[in-house]
Design a protein around this ligand. Structure first.
Ligand SMILES: C[S@@+](CC[C@H](N)C(=O)[O-])C[C@H]1O[C@@H](n2cnc3c(N)ncnc32)[C@H](O)[C@@H]1O
Length: 291
């Protein structure tokens, strides 16, 4: 007896659009076969030539993806300090607040105003795996708790201090601490991480932001445990050629201002592609006390 292969949702989407004969057949191959997901919101990246049919395309994706309520599309880059995404509704409910679940963690988020990248999932997972019990962690760009809440849920002995400058993100951060039943070892600070300075506290520092500046590097190095050092995870963007500017910023700042530290190793991991030839990376700086 021949087993019938189950059609994937994407196959069904393509078939339905082919059969509707509204979309020119030459454009079917341009339909995106993957989409980002935040809670019940699916985010497509549609090429220019599909734009006239965006509403039909959005509602067809929605028909075959029952886990979603809304289809949106990315219409520009995320480049403000508070990282407001640039999305447009194309089908379904026009409501941006959604509950995203991953790694046993719940995140309430306004997907249209705050950043939560599904492409950073593996980095969120990696952090939960590499943190040791009882570590002290400073999350300098907390947003809604994207990187540090999963660590706290997986390992409640880790002590976290989380800073966030955007009051709207800060409100969701506090809500997410509550719904994940984090009752101890997680402190939140509202304001600018260049001004909220901790000294001699951290074993690990999370700098999940593109465009880290010199003041933020100083704030991170001041926060590291003086006698022990620690690990700094500094995010950034680079092209095909390695962009080593950020590494040089850390190296020069340590050399000129923090003679009691030395960098033992720098490991660069590519997290995702953000546009053609543009990569989101994280540099792991392992820093120890200089002899
Ligand atoms: C791109 S989101 C990243 C969230 C998370 N760290 C991640 O990597 O997935 C960056 C967050 O940092 C916050 N932020 C930007 N500049 C800041 C500053 N100077 N002090 C504190 N938070 C800041 C933004 O408001 C935003 O919520």
């Amino acid at each position: 007896m021949s087993k019938r292969k189950k059609r994937s949702p994407f196959r069904k989407i393509k078939l339905q659009l082919e059969e509707s004969s509204v979309l020119p057949s030459g454009l079917i191959s341009e339909l995106p076969n993957h989409w980002k997901r935040v809670g019940k919101i699916g985010i497509l990246e549609l090429p220019e030539n599909l734009q006239p049919w965006k509403k039909l395309i959005g509602s067809t994706y929605l028909d075959h993806l029952p886990e979603l309520n809304t289809i949106a599309q990315k219409v520009g880059v995320t480049n403000t300090e508070i990282r407001t995404p640039n999305f447009e509704y194309i089908a379904g409910e026009k409501y941006p607040i959604t509950l995203h679940k991953e790694l046993g963690v719940k995140f309430w988020i306004d997907a249209f105003k705050l950043t939560f990248s599904s492409g950073n999932h593996n980095e969120r997972l990696r952090l939960t795996q590499i943190c040791s019990p009882n570590e002290n962690i400073l999350d300098m760009f907390a947003c809604v708790g994207n990187l540090s809440i999963p660590i706290s849920v997986k390992n409640p002995t880790v002590k976290i201090k989380a800073i966030e400058i955007n009051p709207y993100a800060f409100m969701f951060l506090k809500k997410n601490i509550e719904i994940n039943k984090i009752t101890r070892n997680y402190e939140v600070y509202f304001g600018d991480n260049r001004e909220i300075i901790f000294t001699n506290f951290a074993d690990r520092i999370l700098m999940g932001y593109f465009g880290i500046d010199q003041k933020q590097v100083h704030a991170a190095l001041k926060a590291l445990k003086i006698k022990k050092g620690g690990i700094i995870h500094a995010h950034g963007l680079c092209g095909k050629k390695n962009n080593l500017k950020q590494q040089q910023l850390f190296e020069n700042t340590i050399y000129n201002y923090y003679p009691y530290f030395k960098i033992i190793s720098i490991q660069r991991l590519v997290i995702k592609t953000v546009a053609a030839g543009v990569y989101h990376f994280v540099d792991d700086f392992k820093i120890e006390k200089a002899k």
